[in-house]
Ligand binder design. Sequence first.
Ligand code: SF4
Length: 432
Amino acid sequence: MDVLTKLEVLADAAKYDASCASSGAPKRDSVGRAGLGASTGAGICHSFTPDGRCVSLLKILLTNFCLYDCQYCINRRSSNVPRARFAPKEVVDLTLDFYRRNYIDGLFLSSGIIRSADYTMEQLVQVARSLREEHCFRGYIHLKTIPDADPKLIAQAGIYADRLSVNIELPTETGLVRLAPEKSSHTIKRAMGSIRLAQEEAEGEARDDARRGKAKAAPSRYGNGQGTAPVPSVDAPASRSPAGQSTQMIVGADDANDRTILQTAQTLYGAYKLKRVYYSAFSPIPDSPTALPAKAPPLMREHRLYQADFLMRGYGFQAEELFQEDGDLPLDIDPKLGWALAHRETFPVDLNRAPQRIIARVPGIGMRNAQRIVELRRLRAVRYQDLIRLRCAMDKVKPFVIVRDYRPAVAESPSEQLRRALAPPPEQLSLL
Ligand code: SF4
């Protein structure tokens, strides 16, 4: 099989993994029509770096052969899909080639499990090591780790990769046992724990060195291009996966509700210092097993989970606070508005007196605007026009705030009435 065909198979097989955060760029190409270029080159996806830049990544699997039979996965052992496998050198060459042509800024590499977890992990590490040491590759590398692999191999991956991820796959142990019986949540969490430990050790040693005033030369992640750089020992305090670790949860493949999903995410953020949890709406796959639902969950459910996750990471919300009862997040309104409507006793908030963290909980006011409001009121009283100037989402803000020259007439409206006024109008469903 030639490299281009492999690329088509293995880029297509990687598209179900959301943990590199596709930007959802529009699909365009010039094949058979006027113009130049394409936004859908095989395997190229977009991702956001921690500093907010949007980067293009070559997103592929090393292979879609797999020994495991996870029911929700198109690449499972029993799936009838075309299979392909790259040699590590082919991935290295493709990455360098795409990089030199300015198609990509980095690599997102995952793999089905072949021969053994250790063998597969060694192959992934081999790609990253070769890029870093033999080719001095300074682009972004995100490696998906194999949880069952030897922790030393995972630690080595952290030396070369900017980000590591271990997919938790399903929010509950029961779901994992039912749909991915060869995986174990214990092993997945152990892998996450070892990544966190390695990061903390490296950070601790760097802090100690700084305190002692000696800038100890950490083993370079980048070689001299001759392949002669010493292989960093896994015990060396090189920076470990500096962009942190992330995970992905599949939504809608089992019956876990949003409350359970967000509680699991909250535990993972706390226990393993994850940078991000990605939520991937289950998509039915050809010849899917009967254990899986026939329909995908609404995409809006995935969107609401991301919004709720953002509230937990950025606004100090606890998962529990976002639910009034067991179940899913509402689809018609965002979770912050849902919380505000369920806690009318907190509102209206006087923006000239309330603490910043309470202002940030007002629907339509983000963290940055909450800070600007607090800065402004040190100089003078905040007025209605100030909120317009700050581009707050006024429809949402109005019922929930008091400022010097404004007090909401609708503050006393029942929550249900407010909800109807603020929710977008229902759309006619398509019959086709
Ligand atoms: S181990 Fe990964 S690639 Fe293999 S079947 Fe499970 S999810 Fe798919």
